[in-house]
Ligand binder design. Sequence first.
Ligand code: DX5
Ligand code: ZN
Length: 225
Amino acid sequence: MQSLVLSVSAFYLPVDRIAEEVEALDRAGVDLFHVDLMDGGFVGNLGMSMQDLDAIRRHTKRPIDVHMMVNDPARYIGLAAEHGADILYVHAEADRHPAATLAAIRALGCKSGLAVNPGTSFAQVEELLPLCDYVLLMTVNPGFAGQSYLDFVEPKIKRFAAGQARWGYTVMIDGGVTPAVIPRLAKQGVRGFICGNRVLLEQQAPYDRIVPRIRAAAEGKAVSV
Ligand code: DX5
Ligand code: ZN
């Protein structure tokens, strides 16, 4: 099995302890830090900023993946790259020219990612797949942290997971991910997960215990997470 990509939803990290939290997660072995940019237009919430990106960048060398829940994301990809983003996910639903934006992300030297809403089908975005290094499949409607995982998305997840070898992208799952979801989807070939409320906060254990247990469970070892 290829190694699992675990990305931490930075939305939950307390601003007054950002250094300690980022460093503890880094030591625990997470792979990425996930920054949710929200513009109050594409989604009904405001959230995170270039200042948050800077703060995380100062305390880790690990890649940062930025989820752009904003209208016309092409306006901000250069700015996010300047502030240290490594992977940029844009929503095709928010962009009139997603093919151009994905190519522009690669031209900036970043990895390109396509974020796909629960109600957007495989067929609606299939032509974009050769342009994607990552596909971020939403398992909540975007805009709010702490929502419940939408399992009706799973047949579509299987389709995207099956396409990873052909198109060379990595599937990431975002929204309401639980410790039980990770091993189940990993078995179906999903490579990456955004870890938020249920994976990291509700476990009541230090990060350096949670992260190795999640990886072991995804590899099919019998551990309780
Ligand atoms: C939803 C965001 C997610 C979310 C993850 O709009 O894109 O990244 O914050 O957190 P949980 O796992 O709590 O849904
Ligand atoms: Zn996200």
